[in-house]
Design a protein around this ligand. Structure first.
Ligand code: FE2
Length: 294
C-alpha cells in the first residue's frame, strides 16, 4: 500500500496512511514521510502498536537519536522505568505506579504543559520528536501543536526586521520558574545552564523561516529581563492563536511525529489518578542555531 497523507488542519498537520511503523521502511517511504514532515511539520500515524525497540528503529530512519551527557530532566538514572534511547513521558514511577502529587518529578513534568520546542535548552536543539501513546487517559491529555512558520509569516514587517538577528537564552530553569517550581539543587542548576538560540530560524530543507520560541526562553541578549520576558510573552501569544494550533486527541497506539524546528507544542491537563503512558524518541538537530559563546 502506497504512503498517503491527508491534512488534519487548514495550516499544517497531516495523518499518514499506508505505513507500518513496526517494520523497516524502504527509502521511498522514508522520502515521502520526510517530505510530509517538511510540508505538514506534524504527522499522525494511527494504530501503531510498537515496542520500545520498534519505536527506536522507526525513529532512526530519519536521523540520529539525540544523546547528551547531561540530563534534560531531574529524574535520576536509577529511578527510570524505561531503557536507553526512549524517554518516559508517563505519570508512572520506576515501579509502574502513578507518581505522588508531591513528587518533584511530577512538578517538573507539569512544566511540559507550557508551550515549548523539545531540547531548545540544549546547545543543539532537537530535530523530530516521536511520541507513542501506549495508555491514554479517559479525559483530557491532548497534545497541542502551533505552526511557528505560519506564526512568523503573519508578523508585520517591522517586527520581522526587529527580530531577524535576535538571540535568546533558553534554560529548563526558566520554564520551571514560570510554574513556581524553583526548588532546584545546585547540581540541577549547573545542568540547566542557559544556552543561546536564534529567535528566527530558517528550515534547512524548505528555507521557510519560523519563530523559535519556547517557555524555556527567559532572556534576549542585549535586552533587559522585563523587556525580554514581556516581548517573548507577546510573541508566544501571537504564535499560539487558534488559527495556528492543531489539538491532537489521542487514541491508544497513535504515533505522532513533529518537527521541533517548525512547531511548538504543549501537553494538556488530565486526571492524574489515571495512567498516561506515552514514550518519546528524539532525533538530534544538525547543529547549534547560533555560536554558544559559553
Ligand atoms: Fe515536549
Amino acid at each position: 500500500m502506497a504512503v498517503s497523507i491527508r491534512p488534519l488542519h487548514p495550516v499544517f498537520a497531516g495523518e499518514v496512511a499506508g505505513v507500518d511503523c513496526r517494520r523497516p521502511l524502504g527509502p521511498e517511504e522514508v522520502a515521502v514521510i520526510d517530505a510530509g514532515m517538511d510540508e505538514y511539520a506534524v504527522l499522525v500515524f494511527r494504530e501503531q502498536t510498537v515496542t520500545d525497540a520498534e519505536q527506536i528503529a522507526f525513529t532512526r530512519h530519519f536521523g540520529e537519536l539525540e544523546s547528551y551527557g547531561t540530563p534534560g530532566h531531574i529524574r535520576k538514572r536509577a529511578d527510570q522505568r524505561l531503557g536507553p534511547g526512549i524517554a518516559d513521558f508517563s505519570n508512572l514511577d520506576k515501579d509502574g505506579r502513578i507518581m505522588s502529587a508531591e513528587d518533584r518529578v511530577w512538578f517538573f513534568k507539569l512544566g511540559d504543559r507550557l508551550w515549548h520546542s523539545d531540547s531548545s535548552f540544549r546547545p543543539v536543539p532537537a530535530k523530530y520528536s516521536i511520541l507513542s501513546g501506549r495508555v491514554i487517559p479517559s479525559w483530557g491529555a491532548n497534545t497541542e501543536f502551533a505552526d511557528m512558520r505560519a506564526a512568523y509569516d503573519a508578523l508585520d514587517e517591522r517586527t520581522k526586521a526587529e527580530i531577524e538577528d535576535l538571540v535568546c537564552e533558553h534554560s529548563l530553569k526558566y520554564s520551571r520558574e514560570a510554574i513556581g517550581f524553583t526548588d532546584l539543587t545546585e547540581e540541577e542548576l549547573t545542568a540547566f545552564q542557559p544556552v543561546r538560540q536564534r529567535l528566527v530560524r530558517t528550515h534547512p530543507a524548505t528555507g521557510r523561516k519560523s519563530l523559535f520560541l519556547a517557555s524555556h526562553a527567559g532572556a534576549v541578549l542585549g535586552w533587559t529581563i522585563p523587556e525580554a520576558r514581556m516581548f517573548l510573552r507577546d510573541l508566544t501569544e501571537h504564535a499560539t492563536q487558534r488559527e495556528f494550533v492543531y489539538s491532537h486527541t489521542w487514541r491508544p497506539h497513535d504515533l505522532v511525529m513533529w518537527d521541533n524546528r517548525a512547531t511548538m507544542h504543549r501537553a494538556r491537563r488530565f486526571d492524574r489518578n489515571e495512567v498516561r503512558d506515552v514514550r518519546r524518541t528524539t532525533l538530534a538537530g544538525d547543529g547549534p542555531t547560533v555560536e554558544q559563546g559559553l
